[in-house]
Design a protein around this ligand. Structure first.
Ligand SMILES: [Zn+2]
Length: 203
C-alpha cells in the first residue's frame, strides 16, 4: 500500500497542493463559511468547460455530498460513488478516465461513519443472514467486516474499524493499478456530526 509519506508528497507536489486546497475547503464548510454558491448563475458560468483537480471516490450515502464537504465550485471536482466505495470495474474505469483524459492527479477515497453498506456486511457476517439483493455488496465488504468484528469489542467500534479497513483496502487496490501510475491516492474519513474530513494515514 502506498504510504502518504513526506517523500510521496514531494513526488506528488501538485496533487498534494490540490489535497491541501480540499482540506481548506472542508475547513470553510465546518466553519459555515462556504466560498461557493452553487446556484444557476455559477452553473452557467462554468458550463463551457471543466478543469477538475481531483476525484472524490465515496459512498452513495445521501449525507455525504462531496462538493459541499470540500466547498468546491462547479467544474472543480469529479465524484465517483458506489456503496461502501467498492472499487469495481465501472468505478475504476471512471477513475482511469479521469486520470487519462482529464489529467487528474489526486483521488480521495472518502469513507464515512455509520455507513449503511458496511453495516449490512457486518450484519451478514454476524448473523449469517442471506438477502440475494445485497449479496454482491456484502461479498465485496465481507473481508473488512469480518476482520473488524474479530478485532473490536463493541458494535460501534467494529463499524468504524470496518469502514476504515475498507478505505485502506480501496486505496491499496487503486495504488496497485498501473493505469493509475502517477496519481496520488489518499484515504480519508468524513465525520457526519462535525463535518470534518480527516486523512486515514496522516503524512
Ligand atoms: Zn456508506
Amino acid at each position: 500500500m502506498p504510504e502518504l509519506t513526506a517523500a510521496s508528497l514531494m513526488e506528488h507536489h501538485q496533487a498534494a497542493s490540490v489535497l491541501a486546497g480540499l482540506l481548506e475547503g472542508n475547513g470553510r464548510f465546518i466553519a459555515g463559511e462556504p466560498r461557493y454558491k452553487r446556484d444557476i448563475t455559477a452553473a452557467r458560468q462554468h458550463a463551457p468547460g471543466q478543469k477538475p483537480g481531483a476525484v472524490v471516490f465515496t459512498c452513495i450515502d445521501s449525507r455525504v455530498t462531496a462538493e459541499s464537504v470540500f466547498d468546491c465550485d462547479f467544474g472543480q471536482l469529479l465524484v465517483v460513488r458506489t456503496a461502501g466505495h467498492v472499487p469495481d470495474r465501472a468505478a475504476v474505469g471512471s477513475l482511469e478516465f479521469a486520470a487519462a483524459e482529464m489529467g487528474v492527479g489526486l483521488v480521495v477515497v472518502l469513507g464515512h461513519e455509520r455507513c449503511g453498506a458496511v453495516a449490512a456486511a457486518l450484519n451478514a457476517v454476524q448473523d449469517d443472514t442471506h438477502d440475494p439483493r445485497t449479496d454482491y455488496l456484502v461479498e465485496q465488504l465481507w473481508q473488512p467486516a469480518s476482520q473488524a468484528l474479530s478485532e473490536s469489542t463493541d458494535a460501534e467500534a467494529a463499524a468504524s474499524q470496518a469502514m476504515r479497513l475498507q478505505v485502506r483496502r480501496t486505496v491499496a487496490d487503486l495504488g496497485r493499478r498501473s493505469s493509475l501510475d502517477g496519481v496520488l491516492v489518499v484515504g480519508a474519513v468524513y465525520d457526519l456530526d462535525t463535518g470534518a474530513v480527516s486523512l486515514v494515514d496522516e503524512p
